[in-house]
Write a protein that binds this ligand. Structure first.
Ligand code: GLC
Length: 647
């Protein structure tokens, strides 16, 4: 449904009048004007996005009015401090692109036991340069298996083992005052089956049944299911769960206890907008939009990445920009490369995980070749204006081989065989493998499989230590620093999975825990080893080598404008084992080179000259001046950050 500017103005005036009448004291507040200006500016976007989805509802304007009340209520509840940060961020809307952000993620319980203790870990985080901290879901969730917290029973309550909502507010405030932005999840595709809404639905309340997607017969569900991908095929095939008390099939994309929300219902959108604003007011600066591709369903499609999913996110984004403009969205779209960037935009998700680069960094380590990585990045690294990648090598999830088939074919790789090779490689089934990972969700029908394991174990440290092989230990350390060398310098926000910086190995004990044994992702969700972390201060320890390597990357990023916020250009250094890219600002140009081979490699001097570099270069990682007369020599798995003498 399209609406004219005039109709939009009339609607806005009606809404403004409604708010002014409802909140007579608010309009006298000095800061009301800021809210009113943002409302005026962003209302046309919000209205149009909502009309696209809900315009055909006879009570559209009723829901719109309720939504605006929710927004005004949330804004009124926002603390003066957050309101002032909002104003600051409005003046610097792309603060997340500034290069000062260095990300880390952790489970509160595994890293620090609980929220109070987490505050005590601030010095450790500051030492590492962390300015962005993603706390894995800390909300109330079912006892036992809760998909690592992604089955949310209440967005307004904290898991009592971790603390209270007040503790969370205080933690966010404390982190903010120390310059660390808190990142929390907005798990908006589903709730747990113990959420109040789900409980009422189960008791037969039709209003709340309308919050979810329920079908009376298996056949009705099958009409959708024939086109759907199974997310956890090994553990739980299919996307529906039978509720025998209700005699209904409930849409459950992920686990049986995670019920998908029905966004065709405008009440659901409004209710979730309220939850989102609640989180904004707790002190979230980056909202991780969980499982974005799945939020809209349409019969006859695979129900992933549909245009309406984008419309919904843009509507949420418009609401956030009006009420809490200091909060930005991070997209979690672990989908085909062509789809990932579509979620990025200042009006949608300002930042996004970069799962393609993540998968291809591992691909390059396994093949010892950068050709697919280089080819894919050259085509796909650019992001829309005002957006940034979150570059990571491991998250709490599995690794899927999500490269594009055409990209692979372009460089002479058979995509299907290659995916199988990579899985075999990382679970240690290939003769050239250094990795110790585990299989995740092997799909017997498609042969697809994913991989789990910590960065260190996948980089060869576990195997090398078990075999007590000093050379292999050295190579494993280099691999860790090489791939993070890329995440820290290629452009975007680097993200450390806490524990990577001290080489945490796989934790096999999950197999003994009934709530975890079915989910190999717990292999790499290891309790943080603080004793091991202490070793970073002792000479000649592995932990010190790694930790110092990370600190160097942090310092380099903070001290070089081009690494922090330069343009990125992927180049061909004339050696397929080596990835090369320039980072450039008007003042500085830096060439980064990453040798993915465990053999020495050379970059031919004529190629360096073609790239505009002179014979003498400074590698700020090794802290050395290099003369590349005939060629530039690189050690096995070496990462170089090259500056010209004289800038
Ligand atoms: C996201 C999370 C993953 C979870 C899923 C369902 O993909 O990263 O851990 O299982 O959403 O919420």
């Amino acid at each position: 449904m399209v609406i004219s500017n005039k109709q939009c103005d009339v609607t806005l005036r009606r809404m403004q009048a409604h708010l002014e009448k409802r909140y007579p004291q608010a309009i006298d507040l000095p800061e009301w004007e800021g809210f009113a200006i943002r409302l005026k500016e962003t209302f046309p976007t919000l209205l149009n996005e909502l009309l696209t989805i809900y315009g055909h509802h006879f009570d559209f304007y009723y829901h719109l009015e309720r939504l605006l009340e929710t927004m005004a209520d949330a804004w009124l509840e926002r603390t003066p401090e957050w309101k002032s940060i909002d104003v600051m961020r409005e003046a610097d809307p792309s603060w997340y692109q500034s290069g000062h952000l260095i990300g880390a993620m952790a489970y509160v319980d595994l890293f620090a036991d609980d929220l109070l203790n987490l505050q005590a870990k601030i010095p450790y985080l500051k030492e590492l340069g962390v300015t962005y901290l993603h706390l894995m879901p800390i909300y109330k969730s079912p006892e036992g298996d809760d998909d690592g917290g992604y089955a949310v029973s209440s967005y307004r309550e904290v898991d009592p083992k971790l603390g209270t909502i007040e503790d969370l507010r205080n933690t966010a405030a404390e982190f903010r005052s120390q310059g660390i932005s808190i990142v929390l999840d907005f798990v908006f595709n589903h709730t747990s089956d113990e959420h109040e809404w789900a409980k009422k639905a189960r008791e037969g309340d039709e209003t709340y049944q309308g919050y979810y997607l329920m079908f009376d017969s298996r056949d009705e569900a099958l009409e959708y299911e024939v086109n759907l991908r199974s997310i956890f095929p090994d553990e739980r095939p299919g996307s529906f769960t039978y509720m025998n008390r209700l005699k209904k099939w409930v849409w459950t994309t992920f686990h049986t206890y995670q019920w998908d929300l029905n966004y065709r219902n405008p009440e659901v959108f409004n209710a979730m907008a309220e939850e989102m604003l609640f989180l904004a007011n707790v002190g979230v600066e980056v909202l991780r939009m969980d499982a974005v591709p799945f939020v809209w369903k349409q019969k006859g499609t695979n129900c992933e990445n549909l245009p309406e999913a984008h419309t919904l996110i843009r509507a949420f984004n418009a609401i956030a920009r009006i009420v809490a403009p200091s909060m930005v969205f991070k997209s979690e779209a672990i989908v085909a490369p062509d789809e990932i960037q579509k979620y990025m935009g200042t009006d949608e998700c300002q930042i996004s995980y970069n799962p393609l680069m993540m998968a291809l960094l591992w691909e390059s380590l396994a093949t010892r070749s950068a050709k697919l990585l280089r080819h894919s990045l050259a085509k796909r690294f650019a992001v829309p204006e005002g957006c940034a990648w979150v570059n990571y090598v491991r998250s709490h999830d599995d690794i899927g081989w999500g490269f594009d088939n055409h990209d692979a074919l372009d460089v002479g790789i058979d995509p299907h065989g290659h995916r199988k090779f990579l899985t075999d490689f990382y679970v240690g089934r290939h003769e050239s493998s250094f990795a110790r990972g585990e299989l995740f969700q092997e799909d017997p029908t498609t042969g697809d499989a994913r991989v789990c394991g910590t960065t260190a174990s996948l980089c060869g440290l576990e195997k090398a230590l078990a075999e007590n092989d000093p050379e292999e230990i050295e190579l494993a350390v280099r691999r860790i620093l090489l791939i993070h060398g890329v995440t820290f310098t290629i452009g975007g926000i680097p993200l450390i999975y806490l524990g990577e910086e001290i080489g945490m190995l796989n934790d096999h004990s999950y197999r003994e825990d009934l709530d975890k044994e079915g989910d190999a992702r717990w292999l790499h969700r290891t309790p943080f080893d603080w004793k091991k972390a202490e070793e970073r201060t002792e000479d000649d320890t592995l932990e010190k080598t790694l930790h110092t390597g990370f600190l160097k990357l942090v310092q380099m990023r903070l001290n070089n404008a081009a690494l922090a916020r330069g343009e990125t250009e992927i180049v061909d250094p004339g050696n397929e084992h080596v990835l090369g890219y320039f980072r450039t600002t008007s003042e500085q140009s830096i060439l980064c080179l990453a040798n993915f081979s465990d053999q020495p490699q050379v970059v031919p001097a004529p190629r360096l000259r073609q790239l505009g570099l002179k014979k003498v270069l400074v590698d700020i990682i090794a802290g050395q001046t290099i003369v590349a007369a005939k060629q530039l020599e690189m050690e096995p798995l070496q990462f170089m950050v090259l500056l010209r003498q004289g800038g």
